[in-house]
Design a protein around this ligand. Structure first.
Ligand code: HEC
Length: 120
């Protein structure tokens, strides 16, 4: 049974690494349900890079679409297409874990001028 640790080490080394999401080489969009709708509707005016470098909630993406529709001549989508686009974006370019920086340590906070003894 001395062989067991060696065998399990060998097995561990053979385990495939978690697969990175496959991306479309031309746009960099994650290849998953709905990616073509995003390519077809979101890369005419600016590069797909503007899409892939952003991330946020479904509401963030919806607001962005409404802003582009209101001010940047983005066309209207039929409800099914809009749902596909929002599903895709909020799933693959959703809120990042830990995207918000940590709170500053107290001693790096500025003095609070409204606090009675503001020097402490
Ligand atoms: C009709 C043209 C047009 C289309 C189509 C278009 N956009 Fe935009 N979008 C713009 C313009 C113009 C800007 C502002 C670009 C700039 O600031 O350089 C912009 C900006 C953006 C930004 C950056 C916002 C920011 O905060 O800087 C993102 C992300 C974005 N678009 C995503 C999308 C997505 C997703 C789609 C498809 C649903 C899309 N765009 C389709 C015109 C368009």
């Amino acid at each position: 049974m001395k062989i067991l640790p060696v065998a399990s080490l060998a097995l561990a080394l053979l385990m495939p690494l978690p697969a990175a999401a496959e991306k479309d080489p031309a746009t960099g969009l994650v290849l998953a349900d709905g990616w073509e709708a995003v390519r077809n509707n979101c890369t005419a005016c600016h590069s797909a890079g503007l899409v892939t470098q952003n991330s946020g909630s479904r509401n963030y993406w919806l607001n962005l679409i409404r802003w582009m529709q209101a001010t940047q001549n983005l066309w209207q989508f039929d409800p099914a297409t809009e749902k596909t686009i929002l599903d895709y974006l909020s799933t693959h370019y959703g809120v990042k874990e830990g995207a918000r920086r940590e709170a500053l340590p107290r001693d790096l906070m500025p003095v609070n001028p409204y606090k009675a003894d503001s020097n402490s």
